[in-house]
Design a binder for this molecule. Structure first.
Ligand code: ZN
Length: 268
């Protein structure tokens, strides 16, 4: 992408019909002076391929994985980079990961030992990584990972791609209402970023793309809250929803719209 930051796409997910080739969420590869830091690790079984990609650019060992959140398409291969790997995540993501089969038994040593709640800085100078937490949304532990020296960010599934996001309220305490406030805080609180890796974007996005997505979700939340105020049922609001024309190329899976509308009606 720029300087010592690289991007490996996990490919398109099932929404666009390419699930057989899909390997999970996007990975950022950050080559520091002391080793390689990955952001996310895709589905389990992807470690070998990821390492082969890393080997095209450096011989340095992979020393750290920062996980954006708990889902198996982002943490699935954490245990495939050797016993000395250091896993870093938000404290709630650490708790959520502890409940996953992937981290039971001997694999519990791959649970994050270094966690944060509000903000944390790793490394310094050109190696600096800033981790931010701005509240619930996709889950209750979504980290925003910023590489200030190269003006880039990995947004995880708070900005998965240009579509209606998944809110994992059932298993990971996500929140469809707070999702908007979390996006707004990220937009206001993160400075000097111009390139953005989304959790599942097929390519690298720009900061204006991210801002456009923040507006898209805020508009969706306003639409739903307004429909509720007007006394419409959640089902009615979901079937009335149309993506505003200014969000070119966006997709809103009807089932996902329905789920998110229902959550917002319940104040969740
Ligand atoms: Zn996810």
């Amino acid at each position: 992408m720029r300087g010592n930051l690289y991007f490996i796409t996990g490919g398109d997910s099932y929404e666009v019909g390419e699930r057989p080739t899909w390997t999970g969420g996007n990975v950022a590869v950050f080559v520091t002076n002391t080793g390689v830091v990955l952001v996310d690790s895709m589905l389990s079984g992807s470690g070998r391929d990821t390492l082969a990609q890393v080997r095209k650019i450096t011989d340095k060992p992979v020393t750290m994985i920062v996980n954006t959140h708990t889902h198996n398409d982002h943490v699935g291969s954490d245990a495939e980079f050797g016993a000395s790997i250091e896993i870093v995540a938000h404290a709630n993501t650490g708790k959520n990961m502890a409940a996953m089969d992937e981290f039971k038994g001997p694999h519990s040593t791959f649970l994050p030992k270094r966690t944060f709640t509000g903000r944390m800085t790793l490394g310094s100078g050109t190696d600096e990584i800033d981790l931010y937490y701005f509240g619930r949304g996709h889950t209750d532990g979504d980290a925003w990972v910023v590489f200030p020296a190269v003006r880039a960010m990995h947004a995880g599934d708070q900005f998965a791609r240009q579509y209606m996001p998944i809110v994992d309220a059932a298993r990971a305490n996500g929140n469809a209402t707070e999702f908007a406030a979390t996006l707004n805080k990220a937009r206001a609180g993160i400075k000097n970023v111009d390139r953005v890796i989304g959790g599942h974007t097929p390519t690298v996005m720009t900061w204006p793309d991210f801002e456009n997505y923040v507006d898209f979700y805020n508009d969706f939340l306003s639409f739903v809250q307004n429909a509720k105020k007007l006394g419409r049922s959640a089902d009615q609001a979901a079937s009335d929803y149309r993506i505003p024309a200014r969000y070119v190329g966006y997709y809103a899976d009807p089932a996902r719209v329905k789920t998110n509308v229902q959550l917002i009606y319940e104040g969740r």
